[in-house]
Design a protein around this ligand. Structure first.
Ligand SMILES: NC(=O)c1ccc[n+]([C@@H]2O[C@H](COP(=O)([O-])OP(=O)(O)OC[C@H]3O[C@@H](n4cnc5c(N)ncnc54)[C@H](O)[C@@H]3O)[C@@H](O)[C@H]2O)c1
Length: 437
């Protein structure tokens, strides 16, 4: 069997997939309509920050196992499997915008594909999409839907250590050939229908989002009843039937996947006339959650007009420079709307389109210098290392609102700072005396 694989779309997922497949011994050609991105990748320059990909990228470029082209016909030549990893963002009505995917498939109809080629869709799509694509490509390629579950910040590691490989198709031959790409990995393989595979991806993200919204609701309740959400959710998460992952309160889920995927599933469910109630609630809770930190600042400062707020974190989560649908940007918009200025610092984000009155500082302490309060929005571990005493000396009103429950309230209180978290009690009696294990 040919060792050549083609990847169409070299963004976050396509890049990690291309390098990951080269690591697994395949010969990979990446194709993208963004010539600049391809030129950069050919020179070994990644378009974004991602842990651990530079070294294997350079190694596989040098060995010839990895190449990048802007000519689709050349990219697919001799490739038995063509993997589609183009973006599927949200449309205004919440449905998935499939225009890039449709354009990629249309382009594939105009280039010669290898005999018995397989087109594997890894973009996240609504149920039924890949059956439609299979009909369009009938006679030219068999279509597999194979969802990707990697996370930005650990994309290559996740690609090479998946919890499962899901292969959706109606052809056992295509499923077996696709699964063979990952033969070297120790992961269960689930072969199923394309529709099931599409739902597995959407439902997985919806369930993780549900856990986050649930944790936020419980944290908000804890704030009102004098309890500590850290201990409550830790105690709940120890239950193996529930698990502690994603039970972390904060400003909500942002980024390029969760919100759009829940909206897309809600759109599908609304069309089907059932299954949308919880999805609606998950999104409603998430829309309201970022406003809580703004309200906390407003309350504690006696108004926001004319105030300067230092903001730590712009990326949608730690470990990435991706600000797509970052809730930090939504919070900045709200601060600006209420008349505050924001000075933001993020270890990975050097530039971003910010609302009026907001600017980016070169360091965490430059951001806090003479600011009225500090608002933490991304859970970068390096923020924990900053000396609260230095912070107390630079902040004008000594207020810290921690939108990720990252900082140690006691250290901040000891430095004379007023600390506010999400569902975090400041009363020692409300928290655990000691936590074993
Ligand atoms: N980012 C994640 O963490 C993640 C994780 C799992 C799944 N996904 C899903 O994977 C898909 C890709 O996400 P992403 O974050 O990598 O997107 P991205 O925007 O980073 O990358 C998409 C790439 O596709 C290219 N492209 C667009 N149209 C094209 C075409 N017609 N032909 C060739 N290339 C084209 C773009 O230029 C871009 O480089 C989405 O469906 C997303 O939901 C993303």
């Amino acid at each position: 069997m040919s060792k050549k694989i083609c990847i169409v779309g070299t963004g976050y997922v396509g890049m990690a997939s291309a390098i990951g497949l080269a690591e697994l011994g395949w010969s990979v050609t990446g194709y993208d309509i963004m010539g600049e991105r391809i030129a950069g990748l050919r020179a070994g320059i990644t378009p974004y920050r991602e842990a651990g990909i530079d070294e294997p990228l350079h190694r596989h470029l040098a060995s010839g196992a990895l190449s990048f082209v802007t000519d689709l016909a050349a990219a697919v030549r001799g490739a038995r499997i063509v993997i589609l990893t183009v973006g599927t963002p949200s449309s205004a009505d919440g449905s998935a915008d499939l225009s890039a995917l449709n354009a990629a498939v249309e382009a594939l109809l105009h280039v010669p594909l290898a005999p018995a080629a397989i087109v594997a869709v890894r973009s996240t799509v609504p149920v039924g999409t890949s059956d439609d694509l299979a009909a369009r490509l009938a006679g030219r390629a068999r279509v597999v839907y194979a969802p990707e579950f990697l996370r930005e910040g650990s994309a290559l590691r996740d690609f090479l250590h998946p919890d499962r490989i899901v292969v959706g198709t109606d052809s056992i031959g295509a499923a077996t050939a696709y699964a063979a790409l990952f033969e070297a990995l120790d992961a269960p393989v689930l072969m199923t229908s394309r529709r099931n595979a599409e739902l597995i991806k959407g439902v997985s993200n919806a369930f993780l989002a549900l856990k986050i919204s649930f944790a936020n609701e419980i944290a908000n309740l804890c704030d009102e009843v004098g309890a500590d959400s850290g201990d409550v959710l830790r105690g709940v998460g120890y239950d193996r039937r529930i698990g502690g992952a994603f039970l972390a309160p904060g400003i909500g889920f942002g980024g390029p996947c969760f919100e759009k995927d829940v909206k897309s599933l809600r759109h599908v469910a609304e069309g089907a006339g059932t299954g949308y109630e919880l999805l609606r609630a998950v999104l409603r809770v998430n829309d309201a959650q970022p406003l809580r930190v703004v309200a906390a600042l407003e309350r504690e400062l006696g108004g926001l007009k004319g105030r300067t707020i230092a903001v730590w974190g712009l990326a949608f989560k730690a470990g990435t420079d991706d600000v797509r649908d970052s809730l930090a940007l939504r919070v900045l918009e709200e601060l600006s709307r209420r008349g505050a200025r924001a000075v933001a610092y993020d270890p990975a984000v050097r530039s971003a389109a910010l609302p009026q009155g907001c600017r980016i500082a070169a360091s965490a302490l430059e951001a806090t210098n003479r600011a009225d309060a500090l608002l933490l929005l991304t859970e970068w571990p390096s923020f924990r290392e900053i000396d609260p005493a230095a912070l107390a000396a630079s902040l004008r009103r000594g207020l810290v609102v921690d939108g990720r429950n990252l900082l140690d309230p006691e250290r901040f209180a000891a430095a004379g700072l007023r600390y506010r978290g999400i569902g975090r009690s400041l009363d020692p009696a409300a928290r655990s005396l000691a936590v074993a294990g």
